[in-house]
Design a protein around this ligand. Structure first.
Ligand code: ACO
Length: 432
């Protein structure tokens, strides 16, 4: 990646009796950054920023978020335009290559992905080693890490062609692995991919078809699934993406790095939030119980799941598309009167007008409506984060690839402020 940052003057710091000047760098949009790479050498101090609330860890040309304005762009294109007019595979191409494909480029890309969807037959047997009630995310972490044991011929990170093959393999095989994690948990036979089907159609079929009867993919549900994948495809330097970059910075192979990203995504503050949001709506149950529940949030007994975001201090632009998709799915399934949807809409209405939430800029995030939608489509809540991982895989790979191709890339190695004991003499066990 060729750097595109431009100089923007200097920042001057006074630290004790020293004055140091650090360059300010400008991106194409968004806040400027102070380049503090030489701070330790020149001033003998580190910076302290737990949670990285003020720290840019890399230069990137993939995804841009303006949290105050509620804007999300993939390679410059607004998320709502992509969700409305594009397809997940086209978005994959965009994220990986930086530009939307021509018709010829897209046909070739789609064919490549389609013809990599099968897993090695030995890999299918690998699933049998998990306990029958294993959480599908536990299977995902293990199975994706295990890809590096099956596809050695694409783990040389210094070979551009191997990097490309591993990217295609992961985008193609992730739905097959995710569907197997689901089938394994429900005790049904694995369903093989079919090359005449689109990406989302194929995934739904691998999840919901059974040998006992024919399965016809519902076009509205397939479009909703594809759109959900688009919405989750990338989100710049979030926790799991930063994990992928950090794991990759040591030179680890891409399959191992993506497995690390999946592990990070599993947590309830990140990818696990949609499961928590659905559980919360079920716990509230009916609209009349909302005021009591909201009071509990204000008393700080619990948080409103599916609300708030580290970066968005406005309506999450993905949540708007998700809300529309939720309505479309419930309509086609005849579940318009679903009590959980009524609770969600009323909770959103109250939260958007209540000063407690307004003052803290707490708006619905993408997870608020995704749980109801996925549940209506037939996915158990344990699968929600798996679907997120499937979609985010392309973002992780695009970010990993960008990092590997960045000439300024170094192993990620944060510093610390140490507050433990200073040097002391070892005491033998009999004298303690
Ligand atoms: N419900 C109630 N209050 C909240 C919520 C919430 N969901 N989120 C934040 N707040 C309040 C905090 O109590 C705090 O109030 P205070 O200033 O009076 O102490 C204030 O808002 C700021 O909260 P922070 O925790 O500092 O915000 P942070 O940026 O660290 O947290 C997070 C972001 C983790 C997403 C948080 O909003 C949250 O826990 N939300 C619920 C979980 C969730 O939906 N996560 C999904 C995120 S999107 C994704 O990963 C795809």
């Amino acid at each position: 990646m060729d750097s595109k940052v431009t100089p923007g003057g200097n920042a001057v710091f006074t630290i004790g009796d020293k004055t140091v000047e650090m360059p300010i760098l400008k991106g194409s949009t968004g806040p400027d950054v102070v380049d503090i790479r030489k701070l330790y050498a020149e001033a003998d101090v580190f910076t302290y920023d737990p949670g990285f609330t003020s720290t840019a860890s890399c230069e990137s040309q993939i995804t841009y978020i303006d949290g105050d304005a509620g804007v999300l762009l993939y390679r410059g294109y607004p998320i709502d335009q992509l969700a409305e007019n594009s397809s997940f595979l086209e978005v994959c191409y965009l994220l990986l290559h930086g530009e939307l494909p021509t018709a010829t480029q897209f046909a070739e890309f789609e064919r490549t992905i389609t013809y990599h969807t099968m897993l090695h037959e030995q890999f299918d047997r690998f699933f049998q080693t998990f306990r029958r009630d294993a959480h599908p995310m536990a299977i995902m972490v293990g199975a994706v890490g295990a890809l590096s044991a099956f596809y050695h011929d694409s783990t040389n990170i210094h070979d551009e062609r191997q990097r490309q093959i591993s990217a295609h393999r992961m985008i193609a095989k992730m739905p097959t692995i995710a569907a197997r994690a689901f089938k394994y948990a429900v005790g049904q036979p694995f369903v093989y991919p079919r090359n005449e089907l689109g990406y989302a159609d194929n995934f739904l079929r691998m999840c919901f078809a059974v040998p006992a009867e024919d399965y016809k993919v519902n076009k509205v549900l397939a479009r909703a699934m594809d759109r959900i994948f688009i919405l989750h495809a990338d989100h710049e330097q979030n926790a799991s993406t930063s994990t992928v970059r950090l794991a990759g910075s040591s030179g680890a192979n891409p399959f191992a790095c993506i497995a690390a990203g999946i592990a990070c995504l599993w947590g309830p503050s990140h990818g696990g939030a949609n499961e928590e949001a659905l559980n919360m709506l079920k716990e509230i149950g009916t609209v009349d119980r909302i005021p009591e529940y909201v009071q509990g949030v204000k008393d700080r007994r619990y948080r409103l799941m599916g609300f708030g975001h580290r970066v968005y201090k406005n309506y999450d632009p993905r949540a708007k598309v998700m809300q529309k998709t939720c309505h479309e799915v419930l309509d086609v399934l005849g579940k318009r009167d679903e009590p959980l949807l009524q609770v969600a809409m009323e909770l959103e209405r109250i939260a958007l007008s209540d000063p407690y939430f307004v003052e803290r800029k707490l708006y619905p995030n993408i997870d608020f409506y995704s749980g109801i939608t996925l549940s209506a489509m037939g996915f158990p809540s344990e699968m929600f984060t798996v679907l997120f991982a499937l979609a985010r895989t392309v973002g992780w790979i695009a970010q990993w690839k960008e990092m590997i191709e960045d000439p300024s890339q170094k192993i990620g190695r944060p510093r610390q402020v140490y507050t433990g004991p200073t040097i002391r003499e070892f005491v033998p066990i009999e004298k303690r």
